[in-house]
Design a protein around this ligand. Structure first.
Ligand code: ADP
Ligand code: ADP
Length: 209
């Protein structure tokens, strides 16, 4: 079993790309952000604890995240590996991951900071199917969402104030992981400041190596 990590700042396009390359890789997407939002919605003990960190744009404590991943990886669909989106985000999380599963590729989607605010503040999704869109860069088609039941949903933390905290958490706590994975020879840099389809194409090429 071998997994893939999609790595990059908030708004880099990790979720968008995971959705597009899921069929080609055959691996399920595991997004710690999505898992935490579900826990917050269901008011589970994890959700109750995580909520204040998420609202402040801070990272949720490692112990909570590592436990979530340990449980998720036990599910039958993870038997051949998964595509991690937004995990790991700290060195302790990466250390824990190395004991849980093999990682064959880390795909770093690189987008300059000055693009991130626009990306995050224009993001919305379809509440029915979860597809992610953008007001300007990737709007829902005039014919509607492909699921046929478009309902617009915005994330509570997708605002200008929170995005700056999330970006600094990324630079301080997450970006040091690049060196960790570069030393393992599995780190692939992809220019994420281009059209969505071009990025998907380059990710699939990187995964072939
Ligand atoms: P992440 O999962 O890394 O936080 P998303 O996939 O949710 O990022 O993308 C953030 C926002 O940017 C979404 O509104 C998405 O539609 C948009 N987006 C994704 N990729 C691109 C791209 N290559 N160019 C412009 N906008 C993009
Ligand atoms: P984005 O890609 O836009 O930053 P996510 O959906 O990945 O958003 O994460 C939303 C929030 O959930 C983060 O700001 C953080 O509070 C929390 N979170 C998600 N994944 C992790 C993680 N691996 N470690 C710590 N906190 C996390």
């Amino acid at each position: 079993m071998s997994s893939i990590v999609l790595f990059g700042p908030p708004g880099a396009g990790k979720g968008t790309q995971a959705e597009r390359i899921m069929t080609s890789t055959g691996l399920p997407q595991v997004s710690t952000g999505d898992m935490l939002r579900a826990a917050v919605k269901d008011q589970t003990p994890t959700g109750i604890e995580a909520k204040e960190y998420m609202e402040a744009g801070k990272l949720v404590p490692d112990s909570i995240i590592i436990e979530l991943i340990k449980q998720r990886i036990k599910l039958p669909d993870a038997v051949n590996g998964v595509m991690f989106d937004g995990f790991p985000r700290t060195v302790p999380q990466a250390e824990a991951l190395s004991e849980i599963t093999d990682v064959s590729h880390v795909i770093a989607i690189e987008v300059p900071d000055e693009r991130i605010v626009d990306r995050i503040c224009g993001r919305y999704s379809c509440a029915s199917c979860g597809l992610v869109f953008h007001e300007t860069f990737n709007p829902v088609p005039k014919s509607g969402c492909s699921c046929g039941n478009f309902v617009e949903k915005r994330r509570a933390d997708d605002n200008k104030d929170t995005v700056l905290s999330r970006l600094s958490a990324y630079h301080e706590q997450t970006s040091p992981l690049a060196e960790w994975y570069e030393n393992l020879g599995i780190f692939h840099r992809i220019n994420g400041d281009r059209e969505i389809d071009l990025i998907s194409h380059d990710i699939l090429l990187a995964l072939e190596n």
